[in-house]
Design a protein around this ligand. Structure first.
Ligand SMILES: *[C@@H]1O[C@H](CO)[C@@H](O)[C@H](O)[C@H]1NC(C)=O
Ligand SMILES: *[C@@H]1O[C@H](CO)[C@@H](O)[C@H](O)[C@H]1NC(C)=O
Ligand SMILES: *[C@@H]1O[C@H](CO)[C@@H](O)[C@H](O)[C@H]1NC(C)=O
Length: 474
């Protein structure tokens, strides 16, 4: 439909093109002027970084061509990549609000993407007491944002808010970066019924699911039976009692807000329950799928995704356990997931990919990604502040210290099982560092016992960093 020249969307498209060209010239101009300022060439490391990134871009481009089921990538500059759908692709999803179909081209800043997603590998994504204690205004300003129906009192009376958050807040991070080698993130797409990924999903070290996804014999061959983490939005949190039945150590992570009603449900569950830390408050939140990937990436080396609608030919949004309905941005989503696969963030599994050999040699290697990350980091630092990089903690804006030897600055009980006496915290949370996978221990040492959290949204350099004593933990 959209390919007709007469279509009413042609005029805005031309306008859009003109704007894009103008913007592009502006960017070119500003790049050129910085050449003349000498800030680009003054540093051989800078031209080396640009060269590394171009090389990286061409690997990504090749990867998209190999794996994208028709998607192609155009390299615009060392950071900018455009993913394109083939001419004539049906854009079936119509946005009522903006009165247009989904576009067939998506522009990405690969440098930003690689900085952001590599950062998730070192991040704590579960809300903790230490975070609220350390973050300026943590209890007074931030905590009220995570509790619905709080009323005008907010958290001026901290006790009031503590009462509601207590059962969800561990003192320090319950999970660690690199804790698992392989993880499966299972979305809810109806596509899952076209394949039998059940055993493959269950063979992962940890499995992440979301919302009301049923796990039982009926669906076992499609989605597996293993249950470790479940990310839920507020609406589904209410319905968790029947869904969690038979799985009392599946960790529930609430994506958005809590309130008295949900807390009442939580009190009846034996399962560990936490709040997701990295939500983007007061903005159109991205789908649960993307957040599940963030959560998984903060604990796993390899993230395999299943049940994300990512094959061509989207007609309607389906779930493997309920009737189809309208929703989602299929083309936008598919392009972004393909980019993430070619940046080495995730591995995509879907019906149209199920027959091919599991060969990831055309995805950039870890070494190549590290090199591209270092290059992107260098360019960002040399353009942002002349002060240069401040080492591996250059992104920490706020610091806190926690010494578990002393009762210390962190409020409340250090042990969740004090607060939720009948809950099952045995599976991962109480795990002493020395019984973790050696990669996780090594990371902890390399990070000098520092846990990193995001302050707000997806900014790279506004981290809250909390230092734990190394000696008592290892
Ligand atoms: C696009 O949609 C039309 C109508 O549903 C269909 O006939 C056509 O085959 C589709 N084209 C592609 C490329 O999928
Ligand atoms: C704060 O809230 C708690 C719990 O609702 C209440 O018992 C206490 O009196 C309140 N304190 C103040 C100073 O209002
Ligand atoms: C993540 O942690 C590793 C140590 O395990 C460190 O070498 C690396 O620089 C960190 N990366 C980021 C983006 O913080």
């Amino acid at each position: 439909m959209r390919q007709h020249k007469q279509s009413p969307s042609a005029r805005p498209k031309i306008l859009y093109l003109v704007c894009a060209v103008a913007l592009f010239s502006l960017i070119l101009f500003s790049i050129q002027s910085s050449f003349f300022n000498g800030s680009f060439y003054s540093d051989p490391r800078t031209s080396e970084s640009i060269r590394d990134l171009f090389q990286f871009q061409s690997t990504v481009q090749q990867c998209v061509a190999n794996r994208g089921l028709g998607l192609t990538a155009d390299i615009i500059d060392h950071c900018t990549l455009v993913l394109k759908y083939p001419e004539g692709t049906n854009s079936t999803w119509y946005n009522q609000q903006f009165k247009k179909f989904e576009p067939l081209e998506y522009t990405y800043d690969v440098c930003e993407a690689i900085l952001l997603w590599e950062q998730y590998r070192n991040m704590t994504t579960v809300l903790t007491r230490e975070y609220l204690d350390v973050r300026p205004g943590g209890w007074l300003d931030y905590a009220p944002l995570r509790i619905a129906q709080l009323g005008a009192k907010k958290c001026y009376n901290k006790t009031l808010c503590e009462e509601q958050l207590d059962i969800l807040l561990p003192a320090k991070p319950p999970f660690h970066p690199r804790q698992f080698r392989t993880c499966a993130v299972v979305g809810n797409s109806g596509d899952l019924l076209k394949t039998e990924f059940g055993n493959e999903i269950d063979s992962h070290d940890a499995v992440f699911r979301d919302n009301e996804a049923p796990v039982n014999e009926k669906y076992a061959k499609y989605v597996g039976l293993k249950r470790d983490f479940r990310l839920v939005v507020r609406g589904s949190a209410r319905n968790m009692v029947p869904i969690l039945k038979g799985s009392d150590d599946e960790v529930l992570i609430i994506k958005s807000l809590t309130h008295r009603e949900i807390n009442a449900v939580i009190k009846t569950l034996p399962n560990p329950v936490y709040l997701f830390q990295g939500i983007v408050l007061r903005r159109g939140a991205k789908g649960t799928g993307m957040k599940s990937i963030e959560l998984a990436l903060s604990m796993c080396d390899i993230v395999d995704i299943y049940g994300f609608t990512v094959d061509p030919g989207y007609t309607e949004w389906t779930r493997y356990f309920s009737a189809p309905r309208k929703g989602h941005n299929p083309l936008q989503g598919r392009a972004y997931y393909q980019l993430l696969e070619c940046l080495g963030v995730i591995r995509i599994h879907s019906p149209m990919r199920s027959m091919r050999k599991q060969d990831w040699s055309d995805v950039p290697s870890r070494e190549m990604i590290s090199q591209a990350h270092a290059a992107a980091w260098h360019l960002r630092k040399s353009s942002a502040d002349k002060g240069g990089s401040k080492g591996q903690f250059g992104n920490c804006k706020v610091w806190g210290n926690v010494d578990p030897d002393k009762s210390g600055p962190i409020s409340g009980s250090p042990d969740m099982s004090d607060v939720r006496k009948y809950s099952n915290y045995k599976k991962w949370e109480v795990m002493p560092l020395k019984s973790l996978r050696k990669e996780a221990q090594l990371h902890y040492k390399q990070m000098e016992g520092v846990s990193q959290y995001k302050m707000d949204g997806n900014k790279l350099d506004d981290l809250v960093c909390v230092r734990h004593s190394l000696k008592s933990a290892v």
